[in-house]
Design a protein around this ligand. Structure first.
Ligand code: SAM
Length: 233
């Protein structure tokens, strides 16, 4: 269960109606049942359910987080595609999502959409017992995102299709001491040439995800799976 840090008073947590509903009706827990509480900021406890509260027992120190911080910069796919990306990639250990609006993005997300994505990230983090809840940025235009990320010292990659000469992302994941990376994926119609050139100027290296073209919703999940396999150890 994910709590707000303000809900915690020493070893006790006052549970909200919604949290009690989740524990008692969805998980069917009874008073005295053990469950896991996390504050989304890296702290995880074993806890016992009481009437309207939880008692925190010992802190759990074994980490469920990856040793590599993955930021996905995703050109928003159409429909509810980004919801699926947030759900699966949160389970796989992604640290940050930057939803971007590119030239060929067809979606114009409402503020309610962003709230929904954040709710999905919380549910997925709970489900996979993550210690942190991934951060989801407000959607921004791709050029703005590139300018913002320019100052950040990390490995940056942009996934491009049909480019024989570029290396597979997996090759770059073999770098010793790799501890963070940003990977950008395009929408259904792909990136424009200008977007790829601008990204390269901003320090992104073009990479391949293999010879098959993946759907805009599949590509981020594939990337998160690759990184999680490498960052698990
Ligand atoms: N017709 C588009 C094209 O060729 O770019 C297809 C775009 S694909 C459905 C959506 C995005 O996923 C691409 O812009 C790219 O970022 C990423 N992608 C999918 N398959 C890929 C592959 N095999 N190699 C590199 N990137 C890939």
């Amino acid at each position: 269960l994910v709590i707000e840090p303000t809900q915690k008073q020493q070893e006790w947590v006052n549970l909200t109606e919604q949290q009690l509903h989740y524990l008692r009706r969805v998980l069917r827990l009874k008073n005295g049942a053990h469950f896991i509480v996390m504050d989304g900021q890296g702290n995880v406890w074993n806890a016992i359910l009481h009437e309207n509260s939880a008692q925190l027992l010992d802190i759990i120190t074994t980490s469920t987080e990856l040793s590599i911080k993955l930021t996905l910069m995703v050109a928003l796919p159409k429909g509810n595609g980004f919801e699926d990306i947030v759900r699966s990639c949160t389970e796989l250990g992604v640290n940050t999502f930057i939803p971007v609006i590119s030239e060929r993005t067809l979606l114009n997300p409402s503020p309610q959409k962003v709230e929904r994505w954040r709710k999905i990230a919380i549910e997925a983090a709970e489900q996979s017992e993550r210690e942190i809840i991934p951060q989801i940025f407000e959607p921004i235009n791709f050029p703005t995102a590139l300018t913002k990320i320019k100052e950040i010292e990390t490995n940056k990659y942009i996934c491009v299709t049909r480019r024989e000469e570029v290396n597979h992302l997996f090759i770059h994941l073999q770098k010793p001491l790799l501890n963070s990376l940003v990977v950008a994926t395009g929408p259904e119609g792909g990136w424009t040439n200008l977007e790829v050139q601008t990204a390269i100027k901003a320090g992104f290296e073009p990479v391949s995800l293999g010879r098959r073209i993946l759907r805009a919703v599949t590509a981020p999940v594939y990337i998160a799976s690759l990184v999680s396999a490498v960052g698990e150890t």
